[in-house]
Design a protein around this ligand. Structure first.
Ligand code: M6R
Length: 604
């Protein structure tokens, strides 16, 4: 939540805005920048998105600057308005601060600072940081920031610029991500790597408690004790083009079209004949063989991928698998022993509740395996081992290709653990390898058909998504996708649960999205569909092509090719994503940046 970007070295105001634009998916309530010109601090900040800021700055975009910091906000303290936008400043108007996170003791600090004579102008928690730096500054900006952050409770990634300190900018981190890099002429810091990859590929992720001093040609990292820290670089091989729309109307649609490639990349180097090989897990052979429990923790879409993993694994062998939303798991009195493996799934690798869950597991002596998309993210650094999904940057707030990639890596993981425990399923491995082509054909041939169906339902205010077995989590995920980008009430249920309450909602204005593919639960699904039809609900079914048992009883159909049952969640996932996309597009909504949301949820 919130994007921070800054650089020092020769550049322009537009460079600052362009860097910020790439972080906009992290929050878009307001945007602002700060830089120094002729010894004065210039701050420009406005409610709204980065493009609005760009418009305000249009006559100044080419202005040359030596250093600047920028921020795109997801509001926590104070409504989104110009005053609460970052950067925040101090009484002397020489210090600019951008911040991501929550300062939990801001109210106490604010009262203390007010008593000392500091004047506050915003409702933000961030403004206390600017005044604290002012209080401690005596010519050494690093030292002032170090002392300021000592006073803070809570979480932060902050960037600080002082108009009297020309040759450095300072950043500090506790629990909110920051990455630093330098190309030898300019040094950069950002909330994630997306604004950096056009200039540099080797980056360093700050650890909790560290501070970074950036100068034009280099950067230094310090512990909170001021001790200098050795640099540890991660190489990022994301393609810069992946972070551009490439002719698509929205990132979301582009990212759905990338799903076949994502599946294929997730498979690359991990299957040999009918076997799975994860080099990353080679040291864990004995540990995996003796496991007797799997815990899965995740949030949102990643949680749904975790649920599908449970169904898939249980199909291979009966096993004790618990899948829990991280924001609940972390507060439970959980059981973990040396035969338990905790799998933490997070696209961003920065989701606060998932990080706290794994910290809990580790404090109990348990092992953690991360499934993530972001190289070097906090999750991957704190977990014992990581399997990357290699989906490339996912820009749209709605997770699409990462979900499909997570599922594939989780399927491979299930097969890997099962094979270590003596299972053999070469036919499944073979069919997974065929999936990229199947997905490609499906997405390209079905997009316009799904759009036609979606157009019929653009005006409805409520939707019920239902499925059974491995397609029940698909119903949850379909409903989540629709609500987050189209602001439509959509609920996901196990189809068998309808009659225990939710069916009371249904009438001709409350359509049902039913996953009724040709698998062993199809007949049961048909019964549930008929029950909803008897309440006058319109039913859109996702079914297997040629299946007239289902198509004859529903109003609209989305057809999938005939597949082994365990492959359906991939195609159902894409079908529901496309349906949600076209409903939201039919309403002309801000699909890639839906209201109230942010891509990376770094607050608890
Ligand atoms: O980065 P993570 O996978 O940990 O994010 C978890 C959720 O915040 C995320 O999946 C969210 O639900 C998406 N916006 C759904 O599209």
């Amino acid at each position: 939540m919130c994007g921070i970007y800054g650089f020092i070295g020769d550049g322009t105001v537009e460079d600052l805005v362009n860097g910020l634009k790439k972080l906009e998916y992290r929050g878009y309530d307001s945007a602002g920048i700060a830089f120094a010109k002729n010894g004065s601090l210039i701050i420009e900040k406005h409610t709204g998105k980065v493009d609005q800021l760009r418009e305000f700055l249009s006559s100044n975009l080419e202005k040359r600057i030596h250093a600047g910091i920028a921020h795109t906000r997801w509001a926590t303290h104070g409504v989104p308005n110009d005053l609460n936008a970052h950067p925040q400043s101090d009484c002397t108007h020489k210090i600019a601060v951008v911040h991501n996170g929550i300062i939990e003791n801001f109210s106490t600090l604010r009262s203390q600072l007010q008593a000392e004579g500091h004047k506050f102008v915003s409702q933000t928690d961030t403004e206390v940081v600017a005044h604290l730096v002012e209080k401690y500054f005596n010519g050494d900006l690093l030292e002032a920031v170090r002392r300021a952050v000592e006073d803070l409770n809570g979480t932060y990634a902050i960037g600080v610029l002082h108009s009297d300190v020309k040759n450095e900018i300072i950043f500090a981190r506790r629990k909110s991500p920051l990455v630093v890099a330098s190309d030898g002429k300019r040094s950069f810091c950002a909330s994630d790597v997306t604004p950096l990859i056009s200039s540099v590929r080797d980056v360093m992720f700050l650890e909790d408690g560290q501070l970074a001093r950036l100068t034009a040609g280099d950067f230094e990292i310090f512990e909170s004790t001021s001790k200098n820290v050795d640099k540890k670089f991660h190489h990022i091989d994301w393609n810069e083009k992946d972070a551009e729309k490439g002719g698509f109307k929205h990132f979301m649609l582009k990212e759905i079209y990338e799903e076949p490639r994502v599946i294929s990349d997730a498979l690359t180097g991990r299957t040999y004949g009918g076997r799975i090989a994860f080099d990353e897990l080679s040291e864990w052979k004995d540990y995996l063989k003796n496991l007797n429990k799997l815990n899965v923790v995740a949030c949102g879409t990643s949680y749904h991928a975790g649920l599908i993993f449970k169904y898939f694994f249980e199909n291979l062998r009966p096993f004790n698998i618990e899948v829990e939303v991280s924001s609940e798991y972390r507060y439970r009195n959980v059981f973990v022993d040396d035969k338990t493996l905790t799998i933490a799934i997070s696209q961003s690798g920065e989701t606060a509740d998932t990080l706290e869950s794994i910290r809990l597991v580790k404090s109990l002596g348990g092992k953690v395996l991360a499934i993530s998309n972001v190289v070097g993210s906090t999750l991957t650094r704190e977990a014992d081992k990581t399997l990357y999904i290699n989906a490339g940057p996912e820009i749209s707030v709605a997770s699409t290709k990462a979900y499909i990639g997570q599922m594939m890596v989780l399927y491979l993981l299930a097969l890997h653990i099962d094979s270590i425990m003596d299972g053999k399923h070469p036919e499944i491995v073979k069919s997974l390898n065929k999936l990229p082509e199947i997905m490609d054909n499906f997405i390209t041939s079905s997009n316009s058909k799904i759009k036609k169906v979606a157009n019929k339902y653009v005006g409805y205010a409520n939707f019920m998504y239902v499925g059974r077995g491995i397609n029940f989590p698909s119903a949850l995920e379909g409903a989540l996708k629709l609500k987050e980008i189209s602001y439509t009430n959509a609920v996901g249920y196990q189809a068998g649960e309808l009659k225990h309450g939710p069916i009371a909602l249904l009438d001709e204005k409350f359509p049902v999205m039913a996953v009724a593919v040709s698998d062993e639960l199809k007949e049961k699904m048909i019964s549930n569909i008929l029950e909803t039809k008897a309440r006058n609900a319109h039913v859109v079914a996702i079914l297997t092509e040629g299946d007239s048992d289902v198509s004859s009883v529903v109003n609209d159909s989305i057809h999938l090719p005939k597949l082994p049952h365990y492959l359906y969640p991939f195609l159902v996932g894409s079908a529901f994503q496309l349906f949600a996309y076209h409903v939201a597009d039919g309403r002309n909504l801000s699909i890639d940046m839906p209201r109230n949301l942010a891509k990376s949820v770094t607050v608890e």
